[in-house]
Design a protein around this ligand. Structure first.
Ligand SMILES: [Zn+2]
Ligand SMILES: [Zn+2]
Length: 166
């Protein structure tokens, strides 16, 4: 994805359409069991991006809650008409960002995984590409992301911080 492209995507039936207004913070391929179950597939490709950079241009998703691996809720958003899951919010992640399913992009190739995570439960026949960081579970963001992306995350966290005394 280039800086000025605004990728579009949507659910399988077309009732829900969205646009991403900024490049991703990072693109994850997640091989955890939850992602395998939710997608019915080998892994999910998640575009991690600030909430305000995901614009619905048609419809609004519905959501259900799962218990995340962290113990905090994992909120899964889906099209109420066709059930396609379009993004997740992990309440364990500080700030307010979303994990958009790259398979719902009109051009899924626009989001190539920067990092593979939870490879401990990767399906044995999936071969990871050379030169792409891979972690058995999660990783420490500031150790892996380019500094400007980490700064964007910090800014998002600061914007969504609860004011003292609130
Ligand atoms: Zn739909
Ligand atoms: Zn996962």
């Amino acid at each position: 994805m280039t800086e000025d492209s605004q990728p579009t995507g949507g659910c399988a039936c077309g009732a829900l359409r969205y646009r991403l207004t900024r490049t991703p913070l990072v693109v994850h391929a997640c091989h955890c069991r939850d992602c395998q179950r939710i997608t019915g597939s080998a892994f999910v490709i998640n575009v991690w991006i600030e909430r305000e950079c995901v614009e619905c241009t048609a419809g609004q998703p519905r959501a259900f809650l799962l218990a995340g691996g962290s113990g905090k809720p994992h909120e899964v958003f889906f099209c109420g008409a066709c059930g396609t899951t379009v993004w997740s919010r992990y309440h364990s992640v500080p700030g307010h960002s979303l994990f958009v399913r790259a398979g719902t992009l009109d051009d899924p190739c626009a989001a190539e995984p920067d990092v593979h995570i939870f490879t401990a439960t990767k399906l044995s026949w999936v071969k990871l590409p050379d030169g792409v960081p891979a972690f058995e579970k999660m990783y420490v963001v500031r150790d892996v992301w380019p500094p400007e992306r980490y700064a964007r995350l910090r800014a998002n966290i600061a914007r969504h911080a609860t004011p003292a005394g609130a």
